[in-house]
Write a protein that binds this ligand. Structure first.
Ligand SMILES: [Fe+2]
Length: 243
C-alpha cells in the first residue's frame, strides 16, 4: 500500500502531502490502533510533530478512549481479585507507581529534575515490562489467549521505541511534553486492557499452584532489573541511584 495510510484494515488516502511515505501503523487483531503503535521515520522533527498531531487525531477517531471512571472501575475490579503480595497485587502497585512517575516527569520544573525523573520512569517501565513479558504474557498465551498476549507484546514494544525517541528530545521543550503525553496515554490504555480484561483471564483461569509460581517469577524478574537483586533482601537500587 504505497498511496495511503494503513490503520489495521482501514485505509485513509491523501491525508497530507508526504504523510503516506513516512508512516506505517501495524494492523492489530481487532483492527484498532493502539495509541503507542505509531512508527515514525522522519528525520525532520517539525515534520514529525505535525504528523503526530494529524495521527493523534486519527488514532483518537478509531481507538476506543476509555473514561477515567472506566479505568477506576477496572482497577477496583482487579483489586478485588488480587491478594496481598500476589502477582496481580504487585502489577497493580507497579501500575500506580508508573502513573505517579509520569506525573513527576511532567511536573518537573528544571532540566536536571526532569532528566532524573525520566530515568526513574524508564527504569520502572522497563522492569515492569520485562517481568510481564517474561512471565505473565507467556502464561496468558498458554491459557489460549495468544491474541491478547501478542497485542500486549506489540504495545509494550511500541512504548519502548517511543521512550527511546523521547530521550533524544530537549527535556524542557514543547515537543518533549507532547511526546511524553503521547506515551503516557498509550501506557494508560495498555494498563486498562490488562486490568480490565487480560489479567482477569489469567487470574481467574490459571490453577492455584501456577498463581504462586507466577508471583514468584514476576517478582524475581522485576527486582532483578529494577534493583539489580534477586529479591528485596538486598538492594543496590537503580531507582535510588537514578541510573
Ligand atoms: Fe502492566
Amino acid at each position: 500500500m504505497a498511496a495511503g495510510l494503513v490503520l489495521g484494515p482501514v485505509v485513509f488516502g491523501a491525508l497530507a502531502p508526504g504523510l503516506h511515505a513516512q508512516v506505517f501503523v501495524p494492523p492489530s487483531p481487532t483492527g484498532l490502533v493502539a495509541p503507542g503503535a505509531l512508527a515514525m521515520q522522519s528525520t525532520d522533527f517539525q515534520t514529525r510533530r505535525s504528523e503526530m498531531t494529524v495521527l493523534d487525531k486519527l488514532v483518537a477517531a478509531v481507538t476506543p478512549s476509555e473514561s477515567d471512571q472506566a479505568r477506576a472501575e477496572a482497577r477496583a475490579k482487579a483489586g478485588i481479585l488480587a491478594a496481598p503480595g500476589d502477582w496481580l497485587c504487585m502489577v497493580l502497585d507497579h501500575h500506580r507507581d508508573l502513573e505517579a512517575a509520569f506525573a513527576v516527569v511532567k511536573a518537573a520544573s528544571s532540566e536536571s529534575t526532569r532528566v532524573a525523573a525520566q530515568r526513574r520512569l524508564a527504569i520502572l517501565l522497563t522492569g515492569h515490562a520485562i517481568a510481564e513479558e517474561a512471565v505473565l504474557y507467556p502464561a496468558l498465551a498458554q491459557l489460549g489467549e495468544k491474541r491478547h498476549a501478542e497485542r500486549a507484546y506489540d504495545e509494550q514494544a511500541s512504548v519502548k521505541m517511543e521512550m527511546a525517541r523521547l530521550e533524544k528530545l530537549a527535556s524542557m521543550s514543547a515537543d518533549y511534553e507532547e511526546m511524553l503525553e503521547h506515551i503516557r496515554a498509550a501506557v494508560v490504555h495498555h494498563m486498562f486492557e490488562e486490568e480490565g480484561t487480560w489479567f482477569l483471564e489469567l487470574k481467574n483461569r490459571a490453577p492455584a499452584a501456577e498463581q504462586g509460581r507466577l508471583g514468584a517469577r514476576y517478582k524475581q524478574e522485576f527486582w532483578r532489573y529494577v534493583h539489580g537483586a534477586e529479591s528485596d533482601s538486598t538492594c543496590e537500587s537503580r531507582l535510588a541511584d537514578g541510573v
